[in-house]
Design a protein around this ligand. Structure first.
Ligand SMILES: *[C@@H]1O[C@H](CO)[C@@H](O)[C@H](O)[C@H]1NC(C)=O
Ligand SMILES: *[C@@H]1O[C@H](CO)[C@@H](O)[C@H](O)[C@H]1NC(C)=O
Ligand SMILES: *[C@@H]1O[C@H](CO)[C@@H](O)[C@H](O)[C@H]1NC(C)=O
Ligand SMILES: *[C@@H]1O[C@H](CO)[C@@H](O)[C@H](O)[C@H]1NC(C)=O
Length: 327
């Protein structure tokens, strides 16, 4: 056979196989060796794309559409689903049995919907590792959303309207590695709130209204490597609040209301601390911070907010005399 004949035969074979592979209108499907991905990004889509969805779909993305509901029955047609991404739709509620039968689902992303409340046991039925509820309208979180033996490693509740740390739910999440509670309305962090999170590595509490951290707030989170506390209302910190966090590499305290740091606050191990945009008052009480800034290798450059004579001066560059310290 000549090469043209071979090409024709190849094409016929290709269409023979792939022509039969279905995909819903308004979606594109990718058939890999071990995965089948369907992506439906069409704003005009208003209904779940059941027609033509491959039964062996492993990853389904329906994003920025007009979709306002999904049912357990619809998802039940694709029992091999491992990932379900539904960002930017118009979902305002979820069925309690939504994930029944999805024994392989490890990731669900519901970013940017209109979820206000969720039914009990809503995430019981799948072996979830990653749960993203970012940018919804949640005012509270119930412990009964997840089972006691949850294997969740990533929980994102950022961009909601939470006023309290969801401690009862967190109690169940001893394997959690990343917790994002940024952009909520949190005001206080109590001693017990995060106690069961022994595996926690990244904690995002930035952009809340936190005005106080219990001295023992992080005492059980000794695996923390990144702690984000910027954009809060912290005006003082207990000297021991970060003690024991021996693996901490990054601490962000910028944009708070701190005027000085109590001696001992920054443990020796921390390699990067963001301290900018606080109203640092540069007098003798700033000595500890001044010394630490001169000892740390890499550092942001916080500046004095007051007194007037030192305003906007970099703290690290101040002279002992300017701080009113004896030589
Ligand atoms: C999915 O089903 C299609 C059509 O039956 C088949 O050709 C493909 O090999 C399957 N893929 C996987 C990853 O199971
Ligand atoms: C979106 O869906 C609603 C009903 O759920 C319908 O009234 C509206 O026309 C739809 N919008 C678009 C752009 O399809
Ligand atoms: C949790 O326990 C229930 C039964 O108590 C079981 O059906 C389920 O598979 C378990 N889930 C995980 C993630 O271990
Ligand atoms: C803490 O992190 C280390 C290294 O990543 C890991 O081996 C250990 O299991 C973690 N501890 C917990 C309680 O998860």
């Amino acid at each position: 056979m000549d090469s043209r004949g071979l090409l024709a035969l190849t094409l016929i074979f290709w269409y023979g196989c792939h022509g039969a592979l279905s995909c819903p209108v308004r979606c594109t499907c990718h058939f890999g060796i071990q995965s089948v991905e369907a992506v439906c990004p069409d704003a005009a889509l208003s209904r779940y794309p059941s027609d033509g969805l491959p039964g062996n779909t492993t990853s389904l993305t329906i994003q920025f559409t007009n979709l306002s509901s999904v049912s357990a029955h619809e998802l039940g047609a694709t029992t091999l689903l491992q990932e379900l991404h539904l960002p930017g739709n118009r979902l305002s509620s979820l069925q309690a049995d939504l994930l029944t039968g999805l024994h392989h689902l490890h990731t669900i992303d519901l970013t940017g919907n209109q979820l206000q409340e969720l039914p009990a046991r809503v995430f019981y039925h799948a072996p979830l590792l990653n749960l993203v509820l970012k940018d919804n309208w949640l005012t509270s979180v119930n412990a009964d959303w997840l089972p006691a033996n949850s294997s969740l490693t990533w929980l994102d509740l950022s961009g909601n309207k939470l006023r309290k740390i969801p401690s009862a739910l967190l109690q169940k999440l001893s394997r959690l590695e990343t917790l994002d509670l940024s952009q909520n309305l949190l005001e206080v962090l109590l001693a017990e709130s995060l106690h069961s999170l022994h595996a926690l590595e990244r904690l995002h509490l930035d952009d809340n209204r936190l005005h106080s951290l219990d001295a023992k707030a992080f005492s059980h989170n000794t695996n923390l490597t990144h702690l984000f506390l910027q954009k809060n209302k912290l005006s003082s910190l207990s000297a021991t609040v970060f003690h024991g966090l021996d693996r901490l590499q990054y601490l962000d305290l910028s944009e708070n209301h701190l005027t000085f740091l109590t001696p001992g606050t920054l443990g020796l191990g921390i390699s990067w601390v963001e301290l900018t945009f606080n109203p640092w008052h540069c007098d003798a009480k700033i000595e500890y911070l001044w010394k630490r800034l001169n000892n740390m290798e890499v550092q942001s450059e916080p500046r004095c907010a007051s007194p007037e004579a030192l305003k906007d001066k970099a703290i690290a560059a101040l002279m002992r005399k300017e701080l009113g310290l004896a030589d």
